[in-house]
Design a protein around this ligand. Structure first.
Ligand code: CU
Length: 267
């Protein structure tokens, strides 16, 4: 019976390893490959940490399995071995993890700095203001574009254009926008882009990303913000720049439509 329990406890770490091994091929892994340049670098960091954790996991689980098996198979009445600690062992398991953690801290610094500290925009993009404002509220994403040809202002302007839960952005260039919230704290999370940023009441937070490939990307809220949190789901539509301009023109035409068709107006 003891042997059975030893095998039982050894079985679960094995299942965990097998699941992780087959998951990427079956689509149980990340939402998709990272679709932004910075996203790939974040993934590289993730995989590096995953490798370190996997090595530690296999080591500790095998050690645990060995001890369980040894205990389960020892002869009845054999004497137990007591130890009162080992100075060198303590040193090893303090110094090695400390070294690994310092290594990770230093190694990831560059990605963090580029994302949050240094300016990562090409010069010409820096001159442009944010393309839009994304305002989270219970329970939707409100997008506000400035009137074509004008700059986005922090206060809503009469010519501003609005949409809900749909964000059109150009492909192949950095997109900058202001993130705000109308009520509680929300979090802008675009899983495929690996972008996550809290929206904090009272703050206007500039966020940027770049999408190379045209397509629809998910935008969800990653902060439990109330009963309808699960509904805060929007689409980021990435398309060529001309198409975004067309979309905004159409938005303006729809918004300015006063219910009278243009040809009727002429009569
Ligand atoms: Cu939310």
């Amino acid at each position: 019976m003891k042997k059975l329990w030893a095998l039982f406890f050894f079985f679960w770490p094995l299942v965990a390893l097998i699941v992780c091994w087959i998951a990427p091929d079956r689509g149980w892994w990340f939402p998709s490959e990272a679709k932004s340049p910075l996203g790939s670098r974040i993934d590289d960091l993730f995989y590096l940490i995953l490798v370190i954790v996997t090595v530690v996991f296999i080591g500790t689980q095998f050690a645990l399995g060995y001890v369980l098996w040894k205990g389960a198979t020892k002869e009845e009445g054999s004497e137990a071995y007591f130890s009162h600690g080992s100075h060198s062992l303590e040193l090893i398991w303090t110094v090695v993890p400390a070294f690994v953690l310092v290594f990770i801290a230093l190694y990831q610094m560059d990605v963090w700095a580029e994302f949050r500290v240094k300016s990562y925009y090409p010069e010409e993009t820096l001159k442009d203001g944010p393309m839009m404002e994304v305002k989270a509220r219970q329970f939707e994403w409100r997008i506000r574009y400035p009137e074509p040809g004008k700059d986005l202002q922090n206060q809503p302007q009469p010519g501003d254009l609005y949409t809900v839960n749909e964000m059109h952005v150009p492909t192949g260039k950095p997109v900058k926008f202001n993130l705000r919230t109308d009520d509680v704290q929300h979090a802008f999370f675009a899983p495929q882009l690996r972008v996550k940023q809290d929206a904090v009441a009272g703050l206007i937070i500039p966020v940027w990303f770049m999408i190379e490939e045209a397509g629809d990307y998910d935008l969800v809220c990653a902060e439990l913000c109330g009963w309808g949190h699960y509904k805060m789901r929007a689409t980021i539509v990435a398309e060529p720049e001309e198409k975004v301009a067309e979309y905004i023109e159409q938005l303006q035409a729809d918004q300015n439509y006063d219910g009278v068709a243009a040809d009727e107006d002429d009569e």
